[in-house]
Write a protein that binds this ligand. Structure first.
Ligand SMILES: [Zn+2]
Length: 60
């Protein structure tokens, strides 16, 4: 263990300490952490926009 564990909010890019995480979402087997419900809602509206911008994947 080195340093403190942090999570990155994929929407706004904020680095979050565990106690700062307001919302979590499980998506494709991974868990994402958000600073607020607003960021979570944005992510849920268009997850792929925030995850590496892969457009060509069609997953039905
Ligand atoms: Zn955020």
């Amino acid at each position: 263990m080195k340093g403190e564990q942090r999570f990155t909010d994929p929407v706004c890019g904020m680095r979050l300490l565990p106690y700062e995480v307001a919302e979590t979402v499980a998506y494709h087997g991974k868990v994402y952490h958000f600073c607020s419900a607003l960021c979570r809602n944005l992510f849920e509206g268009a997850p792929q926009d925030y995850l590496g911008r892969r457009r060509a994947e069609k997953e039905g």
